[in-house]
Design a protein around this ligand. Structure first.
Ligand code: PEP
Ligand code: MG
Length: 559
């Protein structure tokens, strides 16, 4: 038996035969050509073929995986049309008299290097590089007149690869995929997102030990623990069977909580909402019986594009989430984008510390046109449900005052254009900076609710970048600082009659649910799969013992 370990993306037990996905990468070397026109024609032919192929793939994918996932093929068409990308290949052929294949390979290298050097957001960049490689692999195939390799699965399989290109995961026959394991990849890669959305056990970052020579070996993946057992012995198989039964039972028991209230034994009810990143997460949020959407990170509308999303596109997206939620609250956060997103069309200067830089509401307020487009789409969509708008990275009340002036302008425009909207949308401040905590009494005079973004609040208050590998070592285990801040925000918010939510990951930590309730948090917004575990904890609590509450506060807040 061999054991390989990696990082869990979605927990489960998967059994099957290892199928190693390897694309036919052919070594390409530079050749000097005399007839450059012939190479240009080969390149033009390949581009045409790829364009047709991508169009077909998009049309075929929409009914199977839905419009959002199929969009990857539209993004690939944009890459194919990108003038810099095309110019690079054409000028290499003309200026260096090289073969078309080499021009493609060189361009991929140059683009990858350039992107890696100009951005510190490594996960985002590696996804974009994967897209460029994907399109380029198609070009190469057509330049060399090769057929597309099919990755057919005949039996339940553990699908392995160094990493998957976006269009490869989409083409996998999911009914035969017992688990996905990759050597590299990131938690936000297309592979990871797909696995989470579909509930496929998945482990990433298994390193070089995961290799082709394992092909066809039987294997059991325990992605609860991030372990892959290759040819497990009897004892391990039995233990894993047992674990599967226990975890399965736990999940099944949790599903019984669907339709139940988030209410403590002594009758305190609290909202439990879902954090979602795009429209594909709605289904999962509903399946887990969310009380509404507590945070829709609207950045997905901007990333992976080469221009700002227009008002109609945004309106369509906001309307869709509101109608899907059928009257339940939907909190949409306005875009939180900075130089680290690597979006050229924003025209943001590179900066050393984009997390602390010109981002988010700062961009919106200094370039109101971008902000107004989003607000117009939000206000127009507001008539389709219970919309709340949340503003990120707030540090002072003046920002909210300015936001409200811009909203007044938007409303006046919509009235003039005879476009209906709700006048009284709840406006909230995302409390994710220490400044916002300290000024929460003043901010409370300006907004209708608070939502505490503990992810950023932990990083800014403990002065440690949230993606720093030492983050866990620096942030104290008892979270005393952020808990005290939550108390301040709750006290100030409640003094002004505001509801206070937590939407950072900390809100899903069930070992703190009791403390959050002791502090009178009104709602928790968590990833969809955490909704039922949080509900279970809430239902097990009894807060009627005041002495216990005081002891909890003393223990956790040390005051
Ligand atoms: C937060 O900072 O806690 C938050 C909810 O926002 P994000 O994780 O998107 O920064
Ligand atoms: Mg944040």
């Amino acid at each position: 038996m061999q054991k390989l370990m990696g990082t869990t993306v979605y927990g489960g037990i998967g059994r099957g035969v290892i199928k190693y996905f390897h694309r036919d990468e052919i070594a390409i070397s530079k050749a000097r050509v005399v007839d450059t026109m012939r190479e240009l024609r080969k390149f033009a032919y390949a581009r045409n073929e790829v364009e047709e192929e991508l169009k077909k793939l998009y049309e075929q994918s929409v009914p199977v995986v839905g419009e959002d996932e199929a969009q990857i093929f539209l993004i690939h068409q944009m890459i194919l049309d990108d003038s810099q990308y095309v110019d690079s290949m054409e000028s290499l052929i003309l200026n260096e008299h090289c073969n078309a294949e080499y021009a493609v390979v060189r361009t991929v290298k140059m683009f990858s290097k350039m992107m890696e050097e100009t951005s510190s957001e490594s996960e985002y960049i590696s996804e974009r590089i994967a897209d460029i490689r994907d399109v380029s692999a198609r070009l190469l195939r057509h330049i060399q007149n090769r057929d597309e390799k099919d990755f057919k699965l005949d039996e339940m399989s553990i699908v392995c690869a160094d990493d998957f290109l976006p269009s490869e995961t989409i083409r996998l026959d999911k009914s035969k995929v017992a688990a996905i394991c990759t050597s590299y990849g990131s938690a936000n890669s297309h592979t990871a997102i797909l696995a989470r959305t579909r509930g496929i056990p998945c482990i990433i970052g298994m390193g070089g030990e995961l290799k082709e020579s394992l092909e066809n070996k039987y294997c059991v993946v325990d992605s609860y623990s991030g372990i892959m057992y290759i040819e497990p012995d009897n004892e391990t198989s039995k233990l894993l069977d047992h674990k599967e039964a226990v975890e399965g039972r736990k999940r099944e028991l949790l599903t019984r909580l669907r339709g139940r209230k988030n209410v403590t034994r002594d009758g305190r009810e609290i909202e439990v909402l879902a954090n979602i990143c795009d429209l594909t997460d709605i289904e999962n949020a509903k399946r887990n019986d969310c009380g509404g959407i507590g945070l829709l990170r609207s950045e997905y509308l901007y990333t992976g594009k080469n221009d700002f999303p227009d008002e109609e596109m945004q309106f369509y997206n906001y309307r869709r989430v509101l109608t899907e939620m059928q009257g339940k609250p939907v909190t949409i956060r306005t875009m939180d984008i900075g130089a680290d997103a690597g979006l050229d069309y924003f025209g943001l200067d590179q900066e050393k510390n984009p997390a602390l830089g010109f981002r988010s509401i700062r961009v919106c307020l200094s370039r109101p046109q971008i902000f107004k487009t989003q607000l117009r789409a939000l206000y127009r969509a507001s008539i389709y449900g219970d919309l709340r708008i949340l503003f990120p990275m707030i540090v002072q009340p003046g920002e909210i005052i300015r936001i409200k002036e811009i909203i007044d302008e938007v409303k006046a425009e919509l009235i003039q254009e005879d476009k209906p909207f709700k006048d009284d949308i709840s406006l909230g401040a995302l409390i994710e900076t220490p400044a916002a905590v300290m000024l929460s009494d003043l901010l409370a005079e300006q907004v209708d609710f608070f939502s505490i973004g503990t992810n950023d609040l932990e990083q800014f208050s403990n002065a440690i970048y949230r993606h720093n590998p030492h983050f866990e070592d620096i942030v104290p285990d008892d979270h005393i600082c952020v808990l005290r801040m939550i108390k301040t925000v709750c006290d100030n918010g409640h003094a002004h009659g505001l509801k206070v939510y937590i939407c950072g990951e900390f809100g899903a930590d069930t070992s703190y649910t009791e403390v959050f309730l002791d502090l009178h948090i009104d709602g928790l917004s968590v990833t969809p799969t955490n909704i039922l575990p949080v509900r279970k904890t809430i239902r097990s609590l009894n807060l009627s013992d005041r002495r216990q509450v005081r002891q909890n506060i003393q223990k956790y807040l040390k005051c």
